[in-house]
Design a protein around this ligand. Structure first.
Ligand code: 0A1
Ligand code: ZN
Length: 849
């Protein structure tokens, strides 16, 4: 059955639900195609609500029976739910419904993955399980009984009675329905325990399919580290007797923070040295932390409505970034986060899908789990912390937990704790939540007498629905260097609040060199006409690790843009400066590896568009390749040593130091193989003892045109390991030559292991297709057509993943008229599809608008 017709929901229309839910009692009788769900829900009239309409959400349910206070009723049913007349006094509502998990391909509600029952209820999936007020501000304790013959049957909270064919669970903490979870299947546990600061012993388990138990140890360590960290840094303890994590193969997103029963996409929890890269390990650690941290920021304090999504997501991303910075290298984490922000959030905020961190309307909330809500939401919290300082930040958070524990809160509540803690007025700062778009920050310098002045001007271009913007509060971290490279003024935060504002520094006898926006202190685009010499100077001397990297990045960008526009050779000054950095052994190898990287082709396309040029994907591709060749040539003498010196002997360990050395060695390998035709890469492939080395060797071989044999061997070796085979699919598309990319992707869709119903596999092929910039935008338009075709096939099965992948088209207005015409034709073709889901239709509508 189709989703109910989409309707636009507005933040300003919020009203509380007419009833309070005092207690929820659920019984599940499991059956693949006919699961029965029996509910008993105790309702009280809500004295704070004026509207007492009794409407319960419910979709795709077969109602067997409903009763109020034991008397059967015949409620009014619609596609969206159930309405009934109810007493003006406390009452018990009961219902029995039937659902079919085995045919649920949308992976929302109760579904089956590899024979296992599992659920995904955020944001509005619970309504596909039973009739309920499926809104985050309705919180209640849940009692759950699962009946069935599955060896393992889990739900939220603490375990209760268990028999041969049933299991009971009690979750004492009131929660919204989106945090409900149930898992049942043939699972095995990797177990451990954790004792909280106040002495509560918590049983920990990671549940996986038999055969995967060897891939849990790393996730378990990450969980224990997260639990300790949240106690030490935020004073937050865990609050149940058990904490369960389950790995499932079919999952639309990364993972889900259900109370006491986190459900993970298996790609985000299973790890082993042989099958996972260093990048996988780091990401798994961060996602385990993220979901765990939600226990306080999301679960104990949840969101009043879905417009407040950033309240839990921005804060939890901020917290998991802090955690990773503490566990690993803070500058490396910051640089990686900014690379990611520029790759995913900036294009979103500069195109047709731009929306505020707190949106004001939506049709389908699933379409708002975006880089803006998550990553820009986290940036906003980082700015707040910078403005009030670390100490005040933690006092404000203590107050937040004390004041709002058990609440469904709002951004207003969140800002108020900062105002009350610091006495600041945050009304202008609040624009970060309501104004969309990336602010542009222009800087001009002036030096007179011994006074140095920075003149700033900020503007934010119009975005959909927001033609005019007010100035935002920008914390601009600035330090000053003198011409011999010493820091004369250490980092200070300039707080910009006006459209134009100047800041002076006095007593400077020589003209200083400013280092502006240190640590990327605000998510803006900085326009500073510095010139190459200045950037080369900062690349050599900046004491701020982020800005030192950024100086190199700026030089790389400019070099690439000049190659694209004028055919100029790669900038020699950049190559010289970079060489000095990468040979500097006092610098962290992970940092040097980041220095060796270069802006993505998509970022360059955005930059050219921003400058009023029409990006030519093929020219950009050639320039990017040219810069890599130039590096390989300029560093030819250095690379073999860099490669050898950073080999990590002994058994594999995923720690940050070892990973950093491997990253540097593999960056060197990828340049080396441009000159030795893959000889070194082949040697590494043949002896590789872990996936990081194996996959980077394979990439280098493919790049050198020598990948075919190794790709075949790789497949034979890993056939049957679905997560590794995802890498095999993705790599071939990602590294295909522009003119062949669509054909490679199409050929892979014919492979027996291609399974469109598995989101990881679908994304492996089509995420890689969209990520291969020159291939996706190849002039024949084949990739546009192929993606559109597959999105149309996937939509009836899985609207959420389809809608998410439509973002591949969000930057279409950057390109020339021919490409725009071809993309528009594909978007219109999707839009015209009979029975198109509300999710996809909203996305296509916004992209085309
Ligand atoms: N809250 C989860 C993300 C998530 C959101 C929606 C989902 O299904 C529609 C699944 C997971 C997180 O932030 O990790
Ligand atoms: Zn989250």
């Amino acid at each position: 059955m189709r989703d109910a017709a989409p309707q636009t929901v507005y933040l300003e229309d919020y009203t509380p639900f007419g009833f309070i839910v005092e207690a929820v009692d659920l019984t599940f009788r499991l059956h693949p195609t006919a699961t029965r769900v029996l509910s008993r829900i105790r309702f009280l009239p809500n004295p704070e609500a004026s509207d007492r309409t009794f409407f319960l959400h419910g979709e795709d349910l077969r109602l067997i029976r409903a009763a109020i206070d034991g008397r059967e009723i015949t409620p009014e049913l619609s596609e969206a739910g159930l309405r009934a007349d109810v007493p003006d006094a406390p009452f018990t509502f009961e219902a029995e419904v039937e659902i079919s998990p085995a045919t649920n391909t949308a992976l929302e509600g109760l579904y089956m993955s590899s024979g296992m029952y599992c659920t995904q209820c955020e944001a509005e999936g619970f309504r596909k399980i039973t009739y309920y007020p499926d809104r985050p501000d309705v919180m209640a304790p849940f009692e759950v009984r699962i009946e069935g013959d599955q060896p393992v049957m889990l739900s939220n909270g603490n375990p209760g009675a268990r028999g041969a064919d049933f299991a009971e669970w009690t979750d004492p903490w009131p929660k919204p329905a989106y945090l409900f979870a149930l898992v049942a299947g043939d699972l095995v546990a990797h177990r451990d325990s954790f004792t909280t600061a106040s002495g509560r012993k918590v049983d920990l388990a990671i549940w996986v399919r038999p055969g995967d138990e060897g891939k849990c140890a790393f996730g378990m360590e990450a969980l224990k580290k997260s639990m300790r960290w949240d106690e030490e840094v935020y004073g937050r303890e865990y609050d149940l007797d058990v904490f369960n994590i389950v790995a499932v193969d079919d999952f639309n997103m990364g993972a889900m923070e259900n109370k006491g029963l986190n459900i993970f996409n298996s790609s985000c929890v299973l790890a082993s040295p042989e099958t996972s890269t260093d990048g996988n390990f780091e990401r798994i650690e961060a996602i385990i932390a993220h979901e765990y941290f939600h226990n306080w920021t999301g679960n104990r304090i949840t969101c009043r409505d879905w417009f407040q999504l950033c309240l839990k997501e921005g804060l939890t991303v901020h917290r998991d970034s802090e955690f990773t910075s503490d566990m690993r290298s803070a500058p490396v984490k910051r640089i990686s986060d900014v690379i990611d922000l520029r790759a995913r959030q900036f294009p979103e905020d500069q195109g047709p899908l731009s929306h505020p961190v707190r949106p004001e309307s939506f049709q389908e909330i699933n379409n708002f789990y975006t880089a803006t809500v998550y990553e820009k939401g986290a940036e906003v919290i980082g700015m707040l912390k910078r403005l009030v300082d670390d100490d005040a930040y933690h006092r404000a958070l203590d107050l937040y937990f004390e004041r709002h524990d058990g609440d469904a809160a709002t951004i207003e509540d969140w800002l108020k704790v900062f105002e009350d803690t610091t006495g600041r007025d945050l009304s202008q700062f609040k624009r970060w939540y309501s104004q969309s778009g990336t602010p542009r920050l222009h800087v001009r310098e002036e030096y007179e007498g011994d006074t140095f002045t920075l003149h700033f001007r900020q503007e934010t271009p119009p975005t959909p629905g927001q033609p005019d913007k007010g100035p935002q509060v920008l914390p601009i971290a600035v330090g000053l260097l003198n011409p011999n490279g010493d820091e004369v003024t250490p980092t200070q935060i300039l707080e910009m609040t006006q459209a134009e504002q100047s800041f002076t520094f006095e007593g400077l006898r020589v003209r200083p060199i400013p280092s502006i926006l240190r640590g990327f202190s605000a998510p803006v685009m900085l326009d500073h006409a510095e010139g190459k010499d200045r950037r080369a100077f900062l690349l050599a001397h900046d004491s701020d690790a982020f800005n030192r990297w950024e100086a190199g990045r700026e030089l790389a960008r400019e070099s690439l843009v000049q190659t694209v526009l004028t055919g100029a050779a790669s900038d020699a000054a950049y190559l010289d400066g970079l060489k000095a950095v990468i040979r500097d052994e006092s610098l962290d190898p992970a940092y040097r590896a980041l220095m060796l990287g270069q802006p993505t082709q998509s970022e360059l396309a955005g930059l050219l568009y921003e400058r009023g040029e029409t990006p030519d994907p093929e020219a950009i591709h050639d320039a990017a390749e040219g810069l890599r060749d130039a590096k390989a040539a300029a560093f030819a003498g250095l690379l073999p040593g860099l490669y050898e010196d950073n080999q990590v002997p002994g058994p594999y360990s995923p720690d940050a130091q070892s990973a950093g050395r491997r990253a540097l060695a593999n960056a060197a390998l990828s340049l080396l193989s441009r000159r030795d035709h893959g000889a070194q890469a082949q040697a590494q492939y043949d002896r590789a003892g872990n996936m990081t080395e194996q996959l980077s060797a394979l990439s280098a071989l493919i790049d050198a045109g020598k990948g075919d044999l190794a790709l075949g061997r790789f497949y034979d070796q890993w056939q049957g390991d679905r997560l590794v085979i995802d890498k095999w699919f993705a790599l071939q598309v990602m590294l295909a030559a522009p003119e062949e990319t669509a054909a490679v992707a199409e050929r892979l869709t014919q492979h027996p292991d291609f399974d469109m119903t598995n989101p990881n596999r679908f994304r492996a092929v089509f995420g890689a297709l969209a990520g291969n910039h020159a291939g996706f935008h190849y002039r024949d338009g084949a990739a546009y057509r192929l993606l559109a075709e597959w999105l149309m096939k996937l939509d009836p099965l899985n609207p959420q993943t389809t809608a998410r992948m439509c973002t591949a088209f969000q930057t279409w207005k950057r390109y020339d008229a021919d490409r725009q015409d071809m993309i528009r034709a594909q978007l219109e073709r999707i839009a015209a599809l009979d029975g198109l889901s509300g999710d996809t239709s909203e996305m296509i509508g916004r992209i085309l608008a």
